[in-house]
Write a protein that binds this ligand. Structure first.
Ligand code: ADP
Length: 442
C-alpha cells in the first residue's frame, strides 16, 4: 500500500486490522496492530513524506513461531536514518518495532507474534486471502472512525472489567494477608511462651546444680575436718594402749590384756577409716594435684609385687603381677596410680579364698589398660555401680572388715589421672577391674 496523504492513514490502519484478523491474531491484538500502524504511519507522513507499506506473514521466525510483519519504507530520508515513535507507548503495542537498514534502504519494521492456536494458512488459503483483501473496497475515514470508536469502547470495557477483577483479587490478597499475619502472631506468641518456659527451666537447673555443688563441697569439707580432728585422739588411744600393754608398765591381769588388745585393734580400725575418709575428701574436693611425670609401669608393678606379697597370706591364693609389655611408659602420677592399683589388689586378696589375683597391663592405641582380676566370689550386675558408692558394701560374706570407701576413692583418683575404672564380673566367676589411662596423661 502507498501512504502519501492524510486520508491514507485511515486506509492503512483499516488494512492492518483486516490483515491481522486474517492471519489469526486475536481481537485485542488486531486493535494493537491497527493502532500502532496508524501512529507510525502518521509519523512517517510528517517526517518522511509518506511510505510504502508491506504486510508479510513470516512462517518460521527466530522463535519458531509465525509472525505478522509490517514494513514501512519511507519515501524520503528519515532524519539520521532512525525512526523514534512520537509516543513511547507505541512500541509496547508490538513485539518488535525497529529501523532496519539493508542495501542502502532504511525500513521501519514492526511485528507481532501469531498465537500458536491460530489456524494454519497453506499457500492456497493465503492466495485467497490476498485476493479478498485486494478486492475489498477501502472504506471512508468516517467508517474507520466509527470502527475505531467501537474498539475504544470495547477496550474501555475490558479495562474496567480488569480493574474490577483486580479489586476482587486485591481484597482476597488482603484477606489472606490478614490470615497469615494472625497465624504469624500466634506462632510468635507461642514461641515466646516456649522460650520463657525454657529460660525459666534453665535458671532452675542452674540454681539446682549450684546447690548441688555447694552441698557436695560442704560434705567434703565436713569429712575432711572431722577426720582430721579425729586423727589426733585416735592416734593417742593407740599410743596409750601400746603403753598399757608394754611389759615395762605395771602388769595387767589376763582379762585386762585381752581388753586392751580389743581397744588397740578397734582404734587401729578407726584410724584406718579416718585416713581413708580424709583421702577421699581430699580427692573429692579437688585438692589433690597429680604430679605428672613419665612413669615406667614396670617399676610400679615391681613395687606392688613387693609390698603386697605380705598381704597374700592365704595358702590357696597366688598373687601374680605380670611383666608389662615394653616400652611400658605413660605420663601419670606414680603415687596415685600405685594407690589405685593397691586398692584393687587389696580387695582381690581380701575376698578371694581360692585361686589367684592377677595384675596385667595391655596397651590399646593411646591408652593403657591395667586389669586386676581375681577368682573370688564375683559381684552381681545390679551391684556393679553401687559398690562405687561411698560406704557401700555388698551384703553377705564379702562384708568383712573394710569401710566401703576403697572403690569410690580408687575411681576418684583414676578420674584425676584422666582415666576410668570399669568392672566385669558375675557371681561365682571372679571379678575383673580395669583401669584405663591415657598414655599422654589427662
Ligand atoms: P571395702 O573393700 O573397704 O569394703 P570397697 O569400696 O573397696 O570397700 O568395696 C566395696 C564392696 O565391693 C566390698 O565391700 C565388696 O562387697 C565388694 N567388692 C570389692 N571388690 C571386690 C572383689 N574383688 N570381689 C568381690 N567383691 C568385691
Amino acid at each position: 500500500m502507498a501512504l502519501r496523504v492524510e486520508q491514507d492513514i485511515f486506509l492503512v490502519r483499516q488494512r492492518g486490522r483486516e490483515v491481522a484478523a486474517a492471519v489469526g491474531l486475536e481481537h485485542q491484538d488486531q486493535v494493537r496492530v491497527a493502532t500502532a500502524l496508524s501512529e507510525v504511519a502518521r509519523d512517517l507522513l510528517r517526517t518522511a513524506g509518506g511510505a510504502d507499506v508491506t504486510f508479510t506473514l513470516v512462517a518460521n521466525a527466530d522463535d519458531g513461531r509465525r509472525h505478522l510483519r509490517i514494513d514501512l519504507a519511507p519515501v524520503g530520508a528519515l532524519p539520521a536514518d532512525r525512526y523514534e515513535p512520537q509516543s513511547g507507548a507505541v512500541a509496547r503495542l508490538m513485539d518488535k518495532l525497529d529501523t532496519v537498514t539493508g542495501e542502502g534502504d532504511t525500513v521501519v519494521r514492526m511485528s507481532r507474534r501469531v498465537p500458536a492456536n491460530a489456524p494454519a494458512l497453506p499457500p492456497e488459503r493465503l492466495a485467497e486471502l490476498r485476493a479478498q483483501l485486494g478486492a475489498s473496497a477501502p472504506g471512508s475515514a468516517l467508517d474507520e472512525l466509527t470502527a475505531q470508536n467501537q474498539q475504544l469502547i470495547a477496550a474501555l470495557d475490558e479495562v474496567r472489567s480488569q480493574r474490577d477483577e483486580l479489586a476482587v483479587l486485591n481484597e482476597e490478597l488482603a484477606e489472606t494477608n490478614r490470615g497469615v499475619m494472625a497465624l504469624y502472631n500466634q506462632l510468635t506468641e507461642e514461641l515466646e511462651e516456649t522460650n520463657r518456659g525454657v529460660v525459666a527451666l534453665y535458671a532452675e537447673l542452674d540454681e539446682k546444680s549450684a546447690q548441688l555443688r555447694a552441698a557436695s563441697e560442704s560434705k567434703s569439707r565436713f569429712l575432711a575436718n572431722v577426720s582430721h580432728e579425729l586423727r589426733a585422739p585416735v592416734t593417742a588411744i593407740i599410743g596409750l594402749g601400746r603403753l598399757l600393754a608394754d611389759s615395762a608398765s605395771d602388769p595387767l591381769t589376763v582379762e585386762q590384756v585381752r581388753q586392751v588388745g580389743l581397744i588397740r585393734s578397734s582404734a587401729a580400725d578407726l584410724l584406718a577409716l579416718v585416713n581413708e575418709l580424709l583421702d577421699l575428701a581430699k580427692a573429692e574436693s579437688g585438692r589433690i594435684e597429680p604430679d605428672w611425670a613419665e612413669v615406667d609401669l614396670r617399676s610400679v608393678f615391681g613395687q606392688l609385687r613387693g609390698t603386697l606379697r605380705a598381704l597374700a597370706t592365704r595358702p590357696g591364693v597366688e598373687l601374680v603381677v605380670e611383666e608389662p609389655p615394653a616400652p611400658a611408659v605413660l605420663r601419670t602420677d606414680e603415687v596415685l596410680l600405685a594407690r589405685v592399683l593397691r586398692n584393687l589388689l587389696h580387695n582381690g586378696l581380701k575376698f578371694t579364698e581360692q585361686g589367684e589375683v592377677r595384675l596385667a597391663a595391655e596397651r590399646h592405641d593411646d591408652r593403657w589398660r591395667l586389669t586386676v582380676s581375681d577368682t573370688g566370689p564375683g559381684i552381681a550386675p545390679e551391684q556393679h555401680e553401687r559398690i562405687f558408692e561411698e560406704f557401700y558394701q555388698v551384703p553377705g560374706k564379702t562384708r568383712v572388715g573394710g569401710t566401703g570407701l576403697g572403690l569410690p576413692y580408687a575411681r576418684r583418683l583414676a578420674m584425676l589421672l584422666g582415666g576410668s575404672v570399669l568392672l566385669v564380673s558375675e557371681p561365682g566367676r571372679g571379678a575383673s577391674f580395669t583401669v584405663s589411662l591415657p598414655v599422654d596423661g589427662a
